[in-house]
Write a new protein. Structure first.
Length: 368
C-alpha cells in the first residue's frame, strides 16, 4: 500500500485574496464541487484523498517573516548569478536560495548563492553510499529533483512561496513586485491545459487507471510558483507520483511521455483545480514549435520588449468568458494557453531561455 505522510499546520488566519486575478475572489475561495465518483475508490485513493483534504482545509501557518524560496534547477553553472544577486540585493531576510546542480557543482560568485547547494544524490540510508542520479529532461529524475528542492526549502517554516527556476531564467520585475505578487495570492501558478493531440493526451497510458483517467490527463510547463500548502501536498503524495514514475516515460509503448510535463499539471488539476491558476508566471516562447522553447539573444532583450511583457493590461479573454460563457472546457483552457502574451502579461514575473550575454543593462532597468 502506498504510504502518504501528512503535515498539519497549526490554526492561523486564511490566506489573502488573489487580488491580481481578473476572476472574482469569492469564486477562488469556494471549495470545488465534489466529483461524483463513478466507481468505488481503491484503498490507496481513499487514504490519499483523506490526507490531501486535511491539508487543504487546514489554514496555512502564519509566519512573522514570510519568505520566497527560489529553487534553481540546473545541470551546473548559473550564468545569470550576478543578475540575480542584483535582484536580491537589499532584500535580505525576505527570500531563500536553493541550488540543485545535477552534473557539476557550480562555482558561485555571489554570497547569496554560496553554501546554498543541495545534494543531487539519492540517499537511501546513512549506512549506504549516496547514489548519483542523473537528472534527464523528460524523465522522472527531473520530478525527483523538483521534489528534493521543495523538501529542503520546506525545512524553513518561513518559506511560504516556492518558485522553480532554471539556469536560463531571469526576472522580469523588481523584487518588491515579485514578493508582493506572490505573497498576496492564495493560489499556486501551475501551468495546466488540455492537449488532445499526440503530444498531449496521446501520451496517456491506460496503466494509470483507475486513479488517473484519460480525461484527467493534463500537460504544462514545469516552471511553477507554489504556495506552501501545495508544496507539502507534493511531498505527501506517493500514489499519483508512482503512477507517473512507472507509466509516463520516454519510449514507452511506442509513445514519449515526459513526467515533468504531466505529473504536476495532472495532479493539481485533480486534487485542487480551484486553488491553482492554470498558467505559469515564467514567460516561455514556443512560437518556433520545437522540442525546446526559443532562446533569447542579447539583441532580443530590449527595453521595449521587456516593457511589453511587464506592462499590465486587462485580459480580454477573461472579459469574454465573463460576458459570454463558453461551455467547452477544452476551448477555454487552450484559448488561455495560446492567447497573445500581451493579453496575459500581468502574471509574468520571469522569462526563460535567455542566452548568456554580458549586456544585461536593459534588464537592470526593471529593478529600479
Amino acid at each position: 500500500m502506498f504510504l502518504i505522510a501528512a503535515y498539519l499546520y497549526p490554526p492561523a488566519t486564511s490566506a489573502a485574496c488573489f487580488i491580481f486575478s481578473p476572476t472574482d475572489c469569492t469564486l477562488l475561495n469556494q471549495p470545488p464541487a465534489p466529483k461524483i465518483p463513478t466507481r468505488e475508490l481503491t484503498d490507496d485513493e481513499t487514504i490519499s484523498q483523506v490526507v490531501i483534504k486535511e491539508i487543504l482545509k487546514t489554514p496555512p501557518v502564519e509566519s512573522n517573516n514570510p519568505k520566497i524560496a527560489f529553487l534553481f534547477l540546473t545541470p551546473g553553472q548559473l550564468p545569470f548569478e550576478p543578475l540575480w544577486a542584483k535582484f536580491f540585493q537589499g532584500h535580505e531576510g525576505r527570500f531563500s536560495v536553493y541550488v540543485h546542480a545535477s552534473k557539476e557543482k557550480p562555482v558561485h560568485t555571489s554570497h547569496y548563492f554560496i553554501g546554498r547547494d543541495i545534494h543531487s544524490e539519492s540517499v537511501v540510508s546513512p549506512k549506504i553510499a549516496a547514489i548519483k542520479m542523473q537528472v534527464s529532461w523528460g524523465k522522472i529524475s527531473m520530478v525527483d529533483a523538483e521534489r528534493r528542492l521543495l523538501a529542503k526549502a520546506l525545512l524553513d517554516s518561513d518559506n511560504q512561496q516556492f518558485v522553480l527556476l532554471s539556469e536560463s531564467c531571469i526576472p522580469l520585475q523588481n523584487f518588491d513586485y515579485v514578493y508582493n505578487y506572490l505573497m498576496l495570492t492564495n493560489v499556486s501558478f501551475i501551468d495546466s491545459f488540455v492537449d488532445l493531440g499526440p503530444h498531449g493526451s496521446g501520451r496517456y497510458s491506460e496503466h494509470m487507471m483507475p486513479e488517473v483517467e484519460k480525461d484527467d490527463f493534463r500537460k504544462g510547463s514545469q516552471w511553477f510558483s507554489m504556495k506552501r500548502q501545495h508544496a507539502i501536498i507534493v511531498m505527501a503524495d506517493s500514489l499519483y507520483y508512482t503512477k507517473f514514475r512507472y507509466y509516463c516515460k520516454p519510449n514507452m509503448e511506442g509513445r514519449n511521455c515526459y513526467a515533468d510535463e504531466h505529473y504536476l499539471p495532472t495532479f493539481f488539476n485533480m486534487i485542487d483545480p480551484v486553488g491553482t491558476a492554470k498558467r505559469s508566471v515564467t514567460y516561455v516562447d514556443w512560437s518556433e514549435r520545437k522540442w525546446h522553447p526559443k532562446s533569447f539573444k542579447a539583441e532580443d532583450i530590449t527595453l521595449k520588449f521587456l516593457k511589453n511583457l511587464t506592462s499590465g493590461e486587462t485580459n480580454p479573454l477573461a472579459q469574454a468568458v465573463a460576458c459570454c460563457p463558453i461551455n467547452d472546457l477544452y476551448a477555454i483552457e487552450n484559448a488561455y494557453r495560446t492567447m497573445p502574451v500581451e493579453w496575459n502579461k500581468e502574471t509574468l514575473l520571469f522569462i526563460r531561455k535567455k542566452v548568456l550575454s554580458t549586456n544585461i543593462g536593459e534588464v537592470d532597468v526593471l529593478f529600479l
